[in-house]
Every structure is written in C-alpha cells, then in structure tokens.
Write a protein that binds this ligand. Structure first.
Ligand code: ZN
Length: 377
C-alpha cells in the first residue's frame, strides 16, 4: 500500500511522512477516522514508508523487498489485530493469526473495508460477535517480544480497538505505554467515544477527516460516473469512500429502504397482517447479526430523513432519488410528536441485538410498538 493509492488526505500523509523523515515516530498513535476515510490504508502505507529500503520524498518506492512484502501483507514485522471470534467448527481461536489468510484477502480486496465487510468475509454464522480477545493480546505480546526480523520499525496495527474487552485491553496497557525499541502501535477506530480511557491516555491522537468533495470528485471522474450523477452521490456519501463504493454499485440501502417501507406497512395494522409480518420477521432473523445492526442504524437515519422531508429543505435529504420516492409518502408517520420515540425504539433494538436478544420476540414486540407510534400524527 503506497500513499499514492489512498484517496486525498494529503495533510495526514505529510504528517506521517515527516515523522519518518525526522525519525520521530510516536510509539502509539490512535487514528480516529470517519467510516471510509482510509484510516486502515493510511496505517499500512505508513508502515511501508517507514520500512521502505528506498523511500522517496513523498512515498515508498513500491518495488523494494520490504514494500513488496508489506504490499501483500506478508511482512513478518507488520502485525495486525482485528476483531474476530472463536470458531470450534474450524478449530480457530479468537485471534487474527487464526484468520490471517482471510484478513489478507479482505484487506487486499478492499483497503476501505468496514466491519460489516469483514464479518461477511469471515463467513460466521449470524449470531457471532466480533471482538478483540485476551488470546489476541497474548498473541501480540508474544509477537512483539521477538527481535525484528528485517524491518527498521515493527508495526502493530490494531483495527477497531473499541472491540476490546477490558481485560484484553488491560493486558496490553504496559506494552502500549512502553513498547520495545522501534515498535510502533497504530490503533484505528471510528468510535473514539467507545475507547477506554486508559488506552486514550497512552496514545497520540491523529484525526483523519472525512474526504472532501474535491477528493471524491476525483474518484467519480476516474470511475467515469456521469457528471449529472456526481453531485447527488457526493452528497449521499457524506465524505465516506466506503459508502460511495456502495452508492456507485447500487447501494444496499436501496434494498433497506424498500424493506423498511414493507415492514412499516405491515406494522400499520399488525393484527390484520399478522401472518405476513411473521414472515417478514422470519426473513429478518436469518440476516447476519452485523447486518441486523446496520439495518437498525439505517432505521434511525430514516427517522431523521423523514423529519427533514416533513419540515425542512428536502435538498438536505441524503437518500437517493429511488429511496426518496417511496419515503416521501410515508414520512408524515414519523413526525415531531413521535420521532424521538421512534429513534429510541430502533436504538434499543440495536442495543438488544448487540447483546444476543431473541430477535424474533424482540421484533414482534417492536412491530406492535411501532403500530402504536404511527397512530400519533
Ligand atoms: Zn520500498
């Protein structure tokens, strides 16, 4: 991964390059990004630049043996820790090294991947929760205790540190505070507020901003997206290249929006439509847990969009034309008198899904609560 392969973020790139050139690499950094800003890709490009045998003024060479190995994610001194889960069927512990091949493929396939993408690639059954385990911490401690094989700087890139359970994080605190010489920790998160304070206090914060309009236009031009579509895609993507990828390839949110309207119709009079509602719920519980969470996050977003349609300038609505068409008729059902309760219901649902609630019972209950709320006009 070279800096030139990462969209925009020139200020961050300069800062990272400068730290290598001055040989002043902070030993523990927290990359705080918005989804799709390239935090993980920047971490890998940084590790590559710091270890390139023939670095240029603004990028690694891309051809030396170190670049070659880091590019393929097979360098023995560049370690990753990403959320996983144990899998007795495949005889795997909850450690990145147990899934190294899949991780390598996932990242190389899309360096802007998000946790949903990673979960899908792991191909777990739907009720698995991904986390950073005590075994993972033990693995990191072991790997970092070896002398560097060949690198100038050993890197440990930890993705989604908010997924650490407390004891696993505590096991690493000392190491993060005082790593062995020439060892660099990079933690990459989208959820700064969920990182435990003892980690925050031991890392230097690097804020990675959303991609700018100009940066995204460059992408759309390279993808030969017609000019008349560009403005709406940029508006919808909200500075996330990951989201833009979805939007460019017929976003799954188009399906979510259709699905949301189907569900709301069934909720309108759930006694009358009990059988199809149960069918809808059966379909929903078959989805992967991470997808279910994503769906409820989408529902919360939809409440906001409904309020915008009802009361504000519709140019601020982020949905695509297709989504907007269906939603504008429904929007009055979510209004100033019930919107906060709607959001609370979806937020509770997300919370319960995250804690392994019985999704079928929860959704049935939720559907009846929605039926009540929709009567408030
Ligand atoms: Zn190189």
């Amino acid at each position: 991964m070279q800096f030139k392969n990462i969209i925009g973020q020139q200020a961050i790139k300069n800062r990272l390059i400068q730290s290598v050139q001055n040989e002043r690499l902070p030993h523990a950094q927290l990359f705080y990004e918005h989804e799709g800003s390239g935090g993980l890709a920047l971490a890998v490009a940084y590790a590559q630049y710091a270890n390139c045998l023939n670095p240029g003024p603004d990028d690694s060479c891309g051809t030396c043996s170190a670049c070659h190995k880091i590019n393929k994610l097979i360098h023995p001194d560049i370690h990753f820790a990403v959320p996983t889960a144990a899998d007795s069927k495949r005889e795997k512990l909850a450690r990145t090294s147990d899934y190294a091949g899949i991780w390598q493929q996932s990242f190389l396939n899309n360096p802007y991947l998000n946790l949903n993408d990673w979960f899908a690639d792991l191909n777990f059954e739907t009720n698995k929760q991904l986390f950073l385990s005590v075994e993972e911490s033990a693995d990191i401690i072991k790997k970092l205790s070896y002398k560097n094989f060949e690198a100038r700087y050993k890197f440990c890139i930890i993705w989604c540190p908010e997924k650490w359970n407390t004891s696993a994080a505590n096991a690493l605190l000392k190491l993060i505070e005082e790593p062995p010489p020439a060892t660099i920790f990079i933690l990459v998160t989208e959820h700064y507020d969920q990182i435990i304070s003892t980690i925050l206090s031991r890392t230097q914060l690097v804020k990675i901003p959303r991609l700018t309009q100009d940066e995204l236009i460059t992408v759309l031009q390279a993808e030969q997206i017609p000019i008349e579509k560009q403005a709406s895609l940029i508006h919808l993507s909200n500075g996330s290249y990951r989201l833009l990828q979805d939007l460019m390839h017929e976003s799954q949110d188009d399906n979510y929006a259709t699905d949301f309207l189907v569900w709301m119709r069934l909720c309108f009079n759930p006694i009358k439509t009990y059988a199809p509602l149960l069918n809808w719920i059966e379909g929903f519980v078959k989805k992967k847990r991470e997808q279910q969470k994503h769906y409820f996050a989408f529902c919360m977003e939809t409440c906001r969009e409904c309020l915008l349609i009802n009361y504000a300038d519709t140019s601020m609505v982020r949905f695509t034309d297709n989504q907007f068409k269906g939603l504008s008729a429904f929007a009055p059902y979510i209004n100033q008198n019930n919107a906060s309760e709607f959001v609370q219901l979806f937020s509770d649902a997300l919370y319960h899904i995250d804690r392994n609630a019985n999704a079928k019972i929860m959704l049935l209950d939720l559907s009846f609560k929605i039926a009540k709320l929709m009567k408030i006009r």
